[in-house]
Structure formats: C-alpha cells, structure tokens
Design a protein around this ligand. Structure first.
Ligand SMILES: Cc1cc2nc3c(=O)[nH]c(=O)nc-3n(C[C@H](O)[C@H](O)[C@H](O)COP(=O)(O)OP(=O)(O)OC[C@H]3O[C@@H](n4cnc5c(N)ncnc54)[C@H](O)[C@@H]3O)c2cc1C
Length: 467
C-alpha cells in the first residue's frame, strides 16, 4: 500500500502555504510538495534567501511573502522541496519524484495549488535565442540577480510586464521600450468596470505608479502594438512592430539582443485534467479552468483546487482560497463542524469577493485579440518540441483532422517533452479559427501521466518498490 497522508498540498505558493498552515493548525497531518528548492511559489520565489538589497528592489509586495513562509514553517506541516508531482488520479494517488526516486503516495484529501503559467503565444521569431518570457527573466532576477546585460525590450499584455520593467529600472537595467500589445479600444470597453476595480484594493494605483515611473525614467511605452516580430539570423537582432498614435498606424524597428514577452497567465490544468476534474471555458480569462465551488471542491471526491490554478485571481486571493480549502478539508475529516467552517471562512470569503472585483477590468483591458491568439504567418513554429508550424496545423485541419486532439495524433504537436504546455492553447485557437467555431467548442489536449519527464529507470524503480 502506498504511504498515506490526511492532506497532501501540491504547490508551496501563497495558496498552498496558506492551505497547509491552516490545515496543520487545525490538527491535520499535512505534506506540501513543491518542485522548487524553497517555498514561496512564483510570486515569492526565493523569498527565504534573497539578499536584503534585492528584496527591497523587488518591492514591498514581494516582501509580504516572508511572513507567509514564517507562519508555514512554524505550523507543523511537512515540507518536501524539490519534489515533482508527475501524476494525480481520481483516487487521490500522487506520483512523485523526490531525490531521484519515483514513488506513489496516497492522500485522504488533496489540495492542488500548482498555480499558473505564462500563456504561450507564438509569433514570428519567438523561438530565436534572445527571446524569452518575462516570468522566466523575473525568476533569474529573484533567484540569482541575473539581468539582461545589454538592456531589453519588453512586449505583451497584463500587469507583469509593467512590474518587471519597473523592477529592472530600479536595478539599473536599460529598458529600451515597453510594447503593450492589447488593442487600444480595450480601454473604452474596460472603462465601465473601473469603478468596481477601484474598490478592490490598490491594484490600479500600483499600475499607474509603475507606468509613471517608467515614463519618468525615460522608458518609451508603445500602445496598440500589433504584428510583433523578432528578427535575426541565428539570434535576436531586432524587434519589428506596428503601433498606433492618435489613430495613425506606424511601424518601428528596435535593435536589441533581448526581448521579453508576456501575454497573461493561465491556470496549469495538467494535474486537474489528468485527475478527471471538470473544466469550464472562462470567457473573461480566455482559458480553461477547473470547475470549483467556494471551498475549492471539484467534482472529484476529496480533491480541491486553490489559487491561480482554479482561475487567475492573484496572490492575495490565492491565500484566501487556500485557507477556505483547508477549512473544508478539516470539515470533511470531522475535525470541525460545518458551522465552524462557515464562521471561520467568512472573512476569507469576504476578502476574496473584494479582491476579485478588479478582475473584470483587467480581463477586458488586457483581452487578447484573435490576431495574437491565432498566428497568421504559416511559417511560425507553434509546437517547439516537435517543430510543427501554424501552416502545417491549418493543412491538417483542411485534410479533415478537425479537432486539436486529432491534429495532435496526426502531427505529434503536443507530444514532445513539454507535453503540450507550450502549444496546446495555440493549436486549439488555430483549429477553432480554421473551422470558424469558438475555441470553447473543443476539448483540450488529453493529458496522460507522466505530466513531467521521468526516465525509464525511475519508472522501473517504482515498479520494484511496488512489488
Ligand atoms: C512566471 C510568473 C511570474 C509571476 N510573478 C508575479 C509577481 O511578480 N507578482 C505578482 O503579484 N504575481 C506574479 N505572478 C502571478 C502569481 O504567481 C500568482 O498570482 C500567485 O503566485 C498565485 O499563487 P499560487 O499559490 O496559486 O501559485 P504559485 O505561486 O504559482 O505556486 C505554485 C507552486 O506549485 C509548484 N508546482 C507546480 N506544478 C508542480 C508539480 N507538477 N510538481 C511540484 N510542484 C509544482 C510550483 O513550483 C510553485 O511553487 C506570476 C506568475 C507567473 C506564472
């Protein structure tokens, strides 16, 4: 029999940390699994060992993570860093890889808090050396203080490019330009949602602060950027783009050896989909999300999802949803009554309600147009692992492979080492556009374990252990 725990939490970001801390305080036997070497998740990455100077440079929001980690450390929850979860099923059996050893553990309750990933958006030249994600660049800054030596151009949508540009400015890195790729008329569509967003907290004020600091620091910001292209013979040399000023379309080329891109974040659904959770298409977030109730419960018995994994809500909402799922776990294990759960969870429910008021504004402001979601250039590589282009996918659809999973079987897009993480959304958008149907009509790529690469030797070892 696999070793069994009352509660296994997957992910040590704000959602997982708060879930585990609350659950341990309520007397549960809790294990937290995370592939990172230290707790904090994406937002508070490396918070336990970042030097004071770098931590100050990253800002007060980053430093908030220290108190979450401190509370977690003293809660009594077990923490297994550098532990990768490679499978999860509806019986709450979890395949893990820890210190090179694969094994299966069993849980009475599972809270999946594996967070979000940056939305992959293929565009001409995105595979050139020198082009990378804003999030990846921020990981280098947080963990090692590494920054682009010759400055950088930052392109995309959402609050993260602004935040990272601001952090770079404070670090003395030359930000040559910020290219905002959402259509300018999004602003008018978002405007009616602004009053509600202003009641969510200081999100809008922070966005303005970053923008003003960048402008004061001499960083040009181009709005309404379209037809983004990274160019170079064997590495990035220039960035080409169209942009609008006063309704007039223009074109510009910038010389740079570094382009950082970001097109929002989407939940990591590979674990929840392999466990058989229902997912729904979120029109606002333009992605699939696991269907959860207010306590994070899914349709799979004993399996809850919290934080950005359940739909993008940001770090503060992740904390509250983690606590709510822990209270629900305690109720289901008869450690507290339903009344106690409801009473103790009320403040978190209220907080989440307030915090999430900003989302409709942000989702409308940063809504991606079809021209970004569906690469128009046939030569653009979509599946990086198998080197499948947008044109090949369109041809496959015309030949009768009219569903993303059929295109996957036929072309192998999504079958490489990343298991479709980098191409699944784009393949679905291309197939849907070619069939002139909404992308929500299509089932995403089916997920099969292992969801992370595992060697044959590691799998064989697992079998021996089970025998
Ligand atoms: C790259 C990136 C950078 C971001 N930077 C910021 C920022 O600077 N400021 C900000 O406000 N928001 C940022 N965000 C958004 C922010 O991450 C979230 O709002 C917040 O961290 C959500 O918390 P969470 O607990 O849901 O997930 P996360 O903080 O993402 O934590 C999830 C954890 O799960 C672990 N995990 C995932 N899959 C597995 C697996 N298979 N096995 C083991 N462990 C696993 C990860 O290692 C991670 O530690 C960023 C998002 C991304 C994707």
């Amino acid at each position: 029999m696999p070793k069994s725990y009352q509660l296994v939490v997957i992910g040590a970001g704000p959602g997982g940390l708060c879930a585990a801390t609350t659950a341990a305080q309520l007397g549960m036997d809790v294990v937290v699994l995370d592939e990172q070497p230290s707790p904090g998740g994406q937002v508070y990455r490396a918070i336990t060992h970042t030097p004071a100077g770098r931590s100050a440079l990253l800002g007060a929001d980053y430093q908030r993570g220290a108190s979450l980690v401190e509370a977690f450390k003293t809660s009594g929850a077990q923490y297994w860093p550098q532990t990768t979860v490679w499978s999860l099923n509806a019986r709450r059996q979890i395949g893990i890889l820890r210190q090179g050893q694969a094994s299966i553990i069993q849980a009475e309750r599972v809270i999946v808090a594996s967070g979000a990933m940056e939305r992959p958006v293929p565009f001409p030249g995105w595979t050139l050396p020198g082009v990378m994600n804003v999030g990846a660049a921020q990981i280098l800054l947080k963990t090692s203080g590494v920054v682009p030596a010759n400055g950088t151009v930052i392109a995309g949508t959402g609050p993260l490019p602004l935040l990272v540009a601001w952090q770079y400015l404070r670090a003395g890195v030359s930000v040559k330009a910020v290219l905002e790729c959402s259509p300018t008329n999004n602003l008018w569509r978002a405007a009616p949602r602004l009053p509600q967003a202003l009641r969510a907290g200081d999100y809008i004020a922070r966005g303005l602060k970053y923008t003003l600091s960048l402008l004061n620091g001499g960083v040009p910001i181009y709005y309404g950027v379209s037809r983004l292209q990274a160019k170079g013979s064997d590495r990035l040399e220039t960035v080409d783009f169209g942009w609008e000023r006063l309704g007039i379309a223009r074109r510009k080329t910038l010389s740079t050896d570094s382009l950082l891109v970001h097109f929002g974040v989407i939940p990591r659904t590979n674990l929840t989909r392999s466990a058989g959770c229902h997912h729904v298409w979120d029109r606002g977030q333009q992605c699939w999300c696991p269907q959860v109730d207010a306590w994070g419960n899914t349709n799979v018995s004993g399996l809850a999802v919290v934080g950005d994994n359940a739909g993008i809500g940001g770090a503060r909402s992740a904390e509250h949803s983690g606590r709510l799922a822990a209270l629900e776990a305690a109720r289901s294990l008869h450690l507290i009554s339903s009344q106690q759960r409801d009473r103790q969870g009320q403040a978190d429910l209220n907080w989440m309600c307030k915090d999430l008021r900003v989302r409709p504004f942000l989702e409308t402001l940063y809504r991606l147009p079809d021209s970004l979601l569906v690469p128009s250039d046939d030569d653009t590589i979509v599946c990086r692992c198998e080197e499948i282009s947008a044109g090949e996918i369109r041809n496959a659809v015309r030949e009768g492979h009219t569903d993303p999973n059929q295109a996957k079987f036929y072309l192998r897009c999504g079958m490489g080492p990343c298991q479709g993480r980098q191409c699944a959304p784009a393949v679905a958008h291309i197939v849907a556009a070619e069939n002139q149907r909404p992308v929500s009509d299509y089932t995403p790529f089916r997920v099969r374990p292992p969801i992370r690469p595992l060697s044959i030797a590691q799998l064989a070892d697992l079998e021996r252990a089970e025998e």
